[in-house]
Design a protein around this ligand. Structure first.
Ligand code: ADP
Ligand code: MG
Length: 344
């Protein structure tokens, strides 16, 4: 009905009044420090207040999701065993629990006490004793997180603590994209500490070119041409320490062992429409390792991925074959993951 009324009104006005205003040539930019990372927002808009709204949204989400802020909802859940959640936290928890299930526990929100035992929460790194890991792993099981959507309440068994850190930045970029889109923005590039999400194309209609980090160097592995997608990478290089024997230990923990996941990958990138899903996937695929990650893709096919193995191989899904390019003279070997067979 509304549409029927609007159309003649639109036709009666001049064409330019009804057509979408072209995106500004220069973006408004803003740099925020939140969620333990630097966030760069580049938004093609004339409206300065949108960037203020974006900063407010980020700090509101950080305030709810922090594991260390004693006023946060997650802190309350962890310290008292239960919490009533705001709409955003409830939505993210519900989605995240779904990803734990979908990845068969590679992602597990209750891994937090183990992450802390390694010192990744404070930077005071140490290799925990096996006995300590064994006793902490008893509390790791996302299936025991009780969430009631009716009253938006989460309850945790004694000893369990949760952390939404593996999905928080992806969820935040989704919410920012939503805010910008609802306000008429058609072109934006967000970089939340290496988690990239794009809105539309560049203002001139060309694709964004996103550099994917080389996990074993300081430069780039390659470039992905994309529009309207999240491009999210998890890698062992992001946060790690060297043990006394020279072993490198990183911040992505395999819930099966309590040790940093060492299953053959040095980075995993997930590409898709939704930041929160790609953030969950980048962590989970990294933990799965190349074979299981490829099988997971064959089973679901609702994302694309770039996997970098310890053997200097780059495995990409067929959907990226035309849009991802290795750097010139790359030491890596590029392989397109087979659509059907399992790689043995
Ligand atoms: P980053 O935060 O560096 O971008 P990720 O999105 O991969 O990287 O998230 C890693 C964070 O998730 C870790 O710092 C840790 O707090 C948490 N984490 C580590 N292992 C797991 C796991 N198996 N399941 C869920 N969260 C995890
Ligand atoms: Mg992640």
């Amino acid at each position: 009905m509304l549409k029927k009324l609007l159309l003649p009104i639109c036709l009666a006005l001049t064409f330019s009044a009804c057509a979408k205003a072209p995106a500004p040539v220069e973006p408004k930019t803003s740099k925020l420090f939140a969620m333990d990372t630097v966030m760069d927002l580049s938004v093609y808009t004339d409206d300065d207040s949108l960037l203020t709204e974006a900063a407010d949204l980020v700090s509101q989400l950080e305030h709810s999701l922090s594991t260390t802020d004693s006023n946060s909802e997650i802190y309350t859940a962890n310290s008292t065993g239960s919490a009533v959640l705001s709409d955003s936290t409830a939505e993210l928890l519900e989605r995240a629990l779904g990803f734990c299930e979908k990845t068969d526990g590679a992602l597990d929100l209750s891994i937090y006490p183990v992450v802390r035992a390694w010192g990744f929460t404070t930077g005071t790194y140490q290799v925990p004793a096996q006995q300590e890991l064994d006793s902490l792993l008893k509390y790791v099981d996302y299936q025991k997180i009780a969430y009631s959507s009716a009253d938006q309440t989460v309850s945790l068994p004694e000893g369990m603590e949760i952390d939404l850190g593996s999905v928080a930045k992806g969820y935040t970029s989704d919410r920012l994209i939503q805010l910008f889109r609802e306000n008429g923005v058609t072109s934006a590039l967000l970089n939340l500490g290496g988690n990239v999400q794009t809105l539309g194309t560049k203002p001139d209609g060309s694709l964004w070119r996103i550099g994917i980090k080389d996990p074993s160097g300081n430069s780039y592995l390659g470039v992905l041409s994309t529009a309207d997608q999240a491009v999210i990478t998890s890698g062992g290089y992001e946060r790690f320490f060297e043990g006394e024997d020279g072993t490198i230990y990183w911040h992505i923990i395999d819930p099966k062992t309590g040790y940093p996941a060492k299953n053959g990958l040095i980075s995993a990138t997930a590409v898709g429409a939704e930041g929160v899903y790609c953030d969950a996937l980048s962590t989970a695929l990294f933990i799965m390792g190349p074979e299981k990650a490829a099988d997971f893709w064959r089973e679901h096919r609702d994302f694309e991925t770039i996997l970098v193995t310890e053997q200097n191989e780059v495995l990409i899904t067929p959907g990226l074959a035309d849009s991802f390019q290795l750097m010139e003279d790359s030491p890596y070997k590029l392989t397109v993951i087979s659509d059907t067979e399992s790689k043995n």
